[in-house]
Design a protein around this ligand. Structure first.
Ligand code: MN
Ligand code: MN
Length: 368
C-alpha cells in the first residue's frame, strides 16, 4: 500500500520525473474525474473513531498529494507511528488535539491544537495524535505524496508485536517477559484515559526542537481581504518547518470566484469545509472539466493545470486548499493579461486593442 513507484525529491514536493514524461492519469483524450467524496467513503472505523483516505487508489489523478479525514472520540489516540514516504500536514476542524513528535536530533515537542490550527511533521519523524478533553475531535491530514496510504504507516505496536521478545529485552535492558502482554499487531487507534489538561514532560525531560511544528492559522487576521471573501495562507515563510507544504483557507461569499489561474510549482488538494463549489479544470488540448464539490468532498488539481473555484451555494462557504510545495506560487489569468501590451492581446484574440482597456490592470485573485 505504501509502495512508491515514482521518485520524489526532497525539495518542496517537486517531482522531476512526473514533470518530464506524460502522466497516463492526465494524458488521455478526456480529463479524468478530479473529485472524491471523502466523507461519504467508509475508511477504517473503531467505534466512533475513523480514518478515511483519498490516495491514488480512490482518486487516481491525485498522484502528488493524499489526504485523510480523521475523527477520534475522547480518550482515543492515533498511536505512535511514522510515515516513510510522506510529510504530514494537518488542519484541525473540530475539538481539541494534542501531538507529540520526535526529530532525528532527539528533540521532542508536545503541542495542543484548537480548530483552525495546523501542524507539520517532516517525513519520517515519529509522532502521536491524542484527542484532548471530553469531546470528539476531527482533523484533515494531508500528505505530500499521492501514493501514501495512512493504513501503511510504521506503527510502534506493529513493530514491537513482531520483533522477538529476546531482541526487545536486549534492546531495552528489561526482562523478555515484559512484552508478554504487549499487543501482537498494529493497534492504530488506542483507547485510554483522557490526557491531562497540561502535558506531562517526556521521560527524558523537555528538549524542544529549534523549529515548532504548530501554526495557528485562523486565529490570525486574514492574509488578504477581497470584496468576495477572505484568504488565510501559510507557507514556509511564516511556518519554517513546513518546507514541502503550503495551506490556504478561502472564505468566499455566495457567488464569489477564485479566478482562472494555475500554480507553476505545485499540485493543489482541496477539501470542502462548508457550502458548495463549482471547480473547473483546464488540461490543454481542448480538455476542460467541471466538478461540483460539497461539504466533505475532495478535489485535486495537477501541478500547472488551469482551474477556478466558484461558490455556487446561497451563503458564505469555506474551502481548505493544500499545496505540495513550501513556496506559494500562482499565475492568475487577469494578472497575465494585465502583464501584456494591448497590441499583443489584440492580435492574439483578433480584437480591437481598445477592448483590452476595459480589462483589469492588476491581479483580481478573488472577485464577486
Ligand atoms: Mn501520521
Ligand atoms: Mn489554485
Amino acid at each position: 500500500m505504501f509502495s512508491l513507484t515514482v521518485p520524489i525529491s526532497s525539495e518542496g514536493g517537486h517531482n522531476s520525473f512526473q514533470n518530464n514524461v506524460p502522466d497516463p492519469a492526465t494524458s488521455g483524450k478526456k480529463l479524468p474525474t478530479f473529485k472524491f467524496q471523502l466523507e461519504k467513503s467508509h475508511g477504517r472505523v473503531m467505534g466512533g473513531s475513523y480514518g478515511k483516505e483519498a490516495t491514488v487508489d480512490q482518486l487516481p489523478i491525485s498522484k502528488g498529494i493524499a489526504g485523510v479525514s480523521m475523527r477520534m472520540e475522547p480518550g482515543v489516540m492515533r498511536e505512535l507511528h511514522w510515515h516513510a514516504t510522506a510529510a504530514e500536514w494537518a488542519f484541525v476542524t473540530e475539538g481539541g488535539v494534542r501531538t507529540t513528535v520526535i526529530d532525528p536530533q532527539g528533540c521532542a515537542e508536545t503541542n495542543d491544537f484548537v480548530p483552525g490550527d495546523i501542524w507539520y511533521f517532516p517525513r519520517g519523524h515519529g509522532h502521536v495524535i491524542e484527542t484532548l478533553g471530553d469531546k470528539p475531535c476531527h482533523f484533515i491530514l494531508v500528505f505530500d505524496n499521492g501514493y501514501f496510504s495512512e493504513f501503511g504507516t510504521f506503527s510502534i505496536s506493529d513493530w514491537i508485536g513482531h520483533a522477538p521478545k529476546e531482541l526487545l529485552a536486549k534492546n531495552f535492558g528489561v526482562p523478555a517477559s515484559t512484552f508478554d502482554s504487549f499487543p501482537k499487531r498494529e493497534v492504530y487507534f488506542a483507547k485510554g484515559k483522557i490526557p491531562p489538561p497540561v502535558a506531562a514532560p517526556p521521560l527524558q525531560g523537555w528538549k524542544k526542537p529549534p523549529l515548532t511544528h504548530k501554526y495557528s492559522l485562523l486565529s490570525q487576521e486574514p492574509f488578504e481581504t477581497f470584496s468576495g471573501g477572505l484568504e488565510w495562507r501559510v507557507d514556509g515563510s511564516q511556518f519554517p518547518i513546513s518546507t514541502t507544504m503550503t495551506g490556504v483557507v478561502l472564505e468566499m461569499e455566495a457567488g464569489a470566484l477564485r479566478e482562472l489561474h494555475w500554480h507553476p510549482n505545485a499540485a493543489e488538494w482541496q477539501y470542502i469545509l462548508s457550502g458548495e463549489f463549482s471547480v473547473t479544470l483546464f488540461g490543454s488540448q481542448g480538455r476542460w472539466r467541471e466538478e461540483k464539490l460539497r461539504l466533505g468532498d475532495v478535489g485535486y488539481i495537477p501541478q500547472g493545470f488551469g482551474h477556478s473555484i466558484e461558490n455556487i451555494g446561497s451563503g458564505k462557504a469555506r474551502i481548505l486548499i493544500v499545496f505540495n510545495n513550501g513556496h506559494y506560487q500562482t499565475i492568475d489569468l487577469s494578472q497575465w493579461i494585465a502583464g501584456n501590451p494591448t497590441d499583443i492581446l489584440a492580435t492574439n484574440f483578433g480584437q480591437d486593442a481598445s477592448l483590452f482597456e476595459k480589462f483589469p490592470r492588476k491581479d483580481v485573485f478573488l472577485t464577486k
